[in-house]
Design a protein around this ligand. Sequence first.
Ligand code: AMP
Length: 206
Amino acid sequence: MIIVMFGAPGVGKGTIANRLVKKHNMKILSASEILKREVAKKTKIGKTIQEYMLNGKLVPTEIIIPLIAKAIKNVKSKNIILDGFPRNIEQANEIIKVKKIDLVLDLKASEKIILERLTGRRICPKCKTIYHTKNLKPKIKGICDNDGEKLIQRPDDKLSIIKKRLKVYNTETKPLEKYFNKLKLIKKINSSDNPENILKRIEKIL
Ligand code: AMP
C-alpha cells in the first residue's frame, strides 16, 4: 500500500508519518530526507539541490524523480508512506508510472498554526525526531530524548524562507488536491490539534 502524506509545510506530515510507522509495518520515504542525503554527499547535484532547498523552492523534477524511484525500488516493505512527494502535477504523473498510489491523506491546518509549528520546530540531527519549543518539548530542553543529541532548527525553518515555502505550496502543490480528488484518493484530515487526535482520525480511515 502506498500512502501519500499531503499538505502544506508544517501541517504535521513528518510527525504523523513517524508515529504511523511505529504502529504499523510501514516504511517512510521522506522526500526532503532523500534530498538531504544527496546534499551531504557534496556532489555537484547535491550542491544544486541545497540551493533550491535553502531558497524554499522545489527541486526540479528531473533531479528528484530518479532519487525517489530508486528509493521506492529499494524498499522491502509493501507499505510505504511518501512524505512530501509528489509536490506538483508533473511529479504525480511520473510517480504513478512507477507505483500505484492507494491513499492520499490531506492534512489541513490554518496558516497561523502552520507558522507557529514551523518557527518552533526543532529536530534531532541523528534520529530525525521532531520536537517543538512549546507543543512537543523534549524531557531536557534542547536535547533529544532518544539519543541525547543537541536539537537543531532547520535552516529553511526561518520565517522569510517559511513564507516562500508556503507560497510555493499554494501555487505549485495545492493544485494536486483536484488531481487526487479526481482519482478518488484523497481523505481530508483536520490537522490543527495534537498528534494523538490526528492519529485517531487517520486510524479510522486505515
Ligand atoms: P519539506 O521538509 O518537505 O518541507 O521539504 C523541504 C524542502 O525540500 C522543500 O522546500 C524543497 O526545496 C525540497 N523538497 C521536498 N520535497 C520535494 C519535492 N517533492 N519536490 C521538490 N522539492 C522538494
